[in-house]
Design a binder for this molecule. Structure first.
Ligand code: GTR
Length: 344
């Protein structure tokens, strides 16, 4: 049962997602947010996610809440609203910005238009491998990227790895000849539109929750994601060939609303930061298991895998060079990219 636990008032809004409904949720969210900000202890911070309750991201945020509860003697806690129940990633980021929602866990793509630094770890073929990702993103460069969220009205709490994203379609993808002309879903982000455009595909940006239907109806030929999301959302039903292009390792981010953060005591803030950091190794363990499990599950479900060894990685890397130049354009971003590349 994946149905999220909505507060009583939110049941008023339970209908298929439409624009008026989104406004209804926003208004309710704002009302609840204000009530919370004005009320005394204890506080339950609400966090949104597009994934189901048992997905590693949600388990990690729940764990963070438990750590926070321990540190504050049961005063503060976190409640996760999964399954896009509070809206798309873009919607929930907006709610966090205005302080109508306390926290959100999204892919870094959702911040690409707001925090330029968030584009850096999504750059195609930036990381040589997982070790390179971990060394930098759980290290000084990752900390710098998280710190950059502050200017935009967010407190960057943690980054979580998300494996590598690869393309899935009805046919195998081995080289640029295969991506040419594909209607390929991307996350709503200019960087992502350019990334698949550089492969000759036609980018179709849309929220995660709509991709299943997009693939089913033929609006989309293809999408791209990691194994756990490909499995969870059952995208393999209509796009059964998963080709390990591994074109980006764009991480997940966990952020807190700066508006709400500023109402907290320094002790609470420190406890939240510490609990979020503690959730990273907890997440990584769950994620590693989930990736293997999901790969097996999609194969069982009928998916065919084109292994990385069969893919013309060189051709794709070459095609993506202009994307680096276009999005890592300022001297600061260029320096950050260079620092990551130079990390051995
Ligand atoms: C997943 C990620 C989600 C969302 C989704 C998407 O890998 O965990 O936050 O970004 O991809 O493609 O929309």
């Amino acid at each position: 049962d994946n149905k999220p636990d909505l507060p009583q008032t939110l049941h008023l809004c339970e209908e298929p997602m439409s624009h008026p409904l989104r406004h209804c949720l926003l208004a309710l969210g704002a009302a609840i947010g204000i009530a919370f900000a004005a009320s005394a202890d204890p506080r339950t911070f609400r966090s949104a996610d597009v994934h189901a309750k048992d997905f590693p991201t949600n388990q990690a945020v729940k764990f963070m809440g438990e750590e926070l509860a321990k540190a504050t003697g049961g005063k503060d806690n976190v409640k996760v609203f999964g399954d896009s129940s509070l809206g798309s990633e873009k919607d929930t980021v907006e709610q966090v910005k205005i302080g109508a929602l306390d926290m959100v866990r999204v892919n870094s793509a959702a911040f690409n238009g707001i925090v330029p630094e968030s584009m850096v770890p999504a750059l195609p073929f930036l990381f040589r491998d997982l070790e390179h990702f971990r060394k930098t993103m759980y290290g000084p460069q990752g900390d710098r990227i998280l710190a950059a969220f502050e200017k935009a009205g967010f407190v960057g709490l943690a980054m979580y790895e998300s494996g590598a994203r690869s393309i899935y379609a009805k046919k195998p993808i081995r080289s640029l000849a295969d991506t040419k002309g594909l209607k390929l879903r991307v996350q709503p982000s200019d960087l992502w539109v350019s990334l698949v455009g550089a492969m000759g595909a036609t980018a179709t940006p849309m929220p995660f929750a709509e991709v299943y239907t997009g693939l089913k109806t033929g609006l989309l030929d293809a999408a791209e994601n990691n194994y756990p999301s490909y499995d969870e959302a059952k995208h393999y039903e209509s796009a059964p060939v998963y080709s390990e292009t591994m074109h980006s390792m764009a991480p997940e981010v966990l952020v807190f609303s700066k508006k709400i953060w500023d109402t907290l005591t320094p002790e609470e803030q420190a406890a939240i930061r510490k609990a979020a950091k503690a959730s990273v190794p907890y997440y990584v363990k769950l994620w590693e298991a989930k990736e293997k499990e999901a790969r097996d599950a999609v194969v069982k479900g009928g998916a065919k895998i084109v292994p990385a060894a069969e893919i013309d990685r060189k051709g794709f890397v070459e095609a993506e060079k202009p994307v680096w130049d276009k999005f890592a354009s300022s001297p600061e971003l260029k320096a950050l990219v260079q620092e990551i590349v130079n990390t051995k």
